[in-house]
Ligand binder design. Sequence first.
Ligand code: SF4
Length: 477
Amino acid sequence: MGFFLLTQILYSFPMTLSLPDIEISEELIRKFDKLGPRYTSYPTADRFHNGFTAQSYRGYLGQREHQTNSPPLSIYIHLPFCESLCYFCACNKIVTQDHTRVAEYLRYLDREMALVSADLRGNRTVVQLHLGGGTPTFFNTDELHQLMQMVRQHFALASDAELGVEIDPRTVGTDTLTMLAKLGFNRISFGVQDFDPAVQQAVNRIQPLEMVERSVQESRKIGFTSTNADLIYGLPKQTQESFARTLDSLIRVAPDRIALYNYAHLPGRFKAQRLIVERDLPSAETRLQIFLMSLRRLLDAGYVYIGLDHFAKPDDELNKARLNNTLHRNFQGYTTRSECDLIGFGVSAISKVGNSYSQTVRTVNAYYQHLDANQLPVDKGFELSADDVLRREIIMALMCSAPVEFDAIKRNHGIDFTHYFATELTRLQPYQDAGLIHIGPDSIQVTPKGRLFVRASAMVFDKYLEQPTASRYSKLI
Ligand code: SF4
């Protein structure tokens, strides 16, 4: 397979650009698919440092008081417990069968919310909330109910708030789904990864297709307005044929959104991955063929390519936002809610308040110790300079395939784009030559063909890439 047409990407792209059918060659992928950050933040989390303290974070929470229109809030709560270990896992989780640990964690979450709440000034309306993990449904229905009561006690949930939860289909029944809907959850995300029994066995995550199918159908009946499913390619025992079957099955289940992640095998960094038998991993060539086949199959099935590894049905809000240039990125990926300050609770959760990022300590012991001492459990963070804020705006626009307009940059940041970013514009030239980006006299914009390679274009504006990092970045493929 040398080339394939991306006509559907073109047709679903705002028709401000008129280009013929697009061919993406494997050569292009090899040249421009670089190791790079996924830019859920800028600067990226590996640049956070512990010169940013709990005191710094408190300052930013308090500063909201002086903002004429302090933005509404988006809340993320990290619930780290899982009953069993998936061997591909790179999340911050605790594998345990001991469900009594939840009560203690909940008590500390309550303390953290009370401390943040005491410092938080300005608008405390929450327009978006997401439970991630770990496995949020490790918590039983009473515990999830208690958690949401705590949220409602400390914050004001907007009546149209977007409430999302990550679901492990192995741990939910109708009662849990019904209770989540009663608590106001309207978005649900299922970890699928792969339906092939041999792959499931190789990664220690057995969940038959029927189990996922039932959960998705029930969640629709119960009233969830949006369903997402995560797939991972590059897992052991996967072949192009086996993954094609997984995709066909998932397309029949028809979630509103599909995330197709690339498995990054980093056993030196993630202990769980040492349990994966390396000789079972597909070769780089097979991964590339799996990716190309998946992209074609999802587009043929009517999904629209949103960006990076996300697909959605044409009438999904994410696609509408993409077409209106109101798509944004945060730590949960692509989102339609841009204007929020993000407050993270629980171990390793990240917050973005004003021009700052802060991250909570990673272990529950450290988390409990800080809160026992009445301190916010901040491990590290980052205060953005004016240059960081400017670069963040550009990088996020590129990641969302939105235009970067020089006049708007001048108005918002008081700089002349072509002068300030002369070096970057020169470095973008090969991307322009390859048709991945369009540099005009007043703006730059990722082209339909360039949407597969957005992070390579965004990296041109990342000034921290010149400095060493301990992190290893991944590739799209
Ligand atoms: S992939 Fe999810 S369910 Fe599996 S161990 Fe990691 S956090 Fe837990």
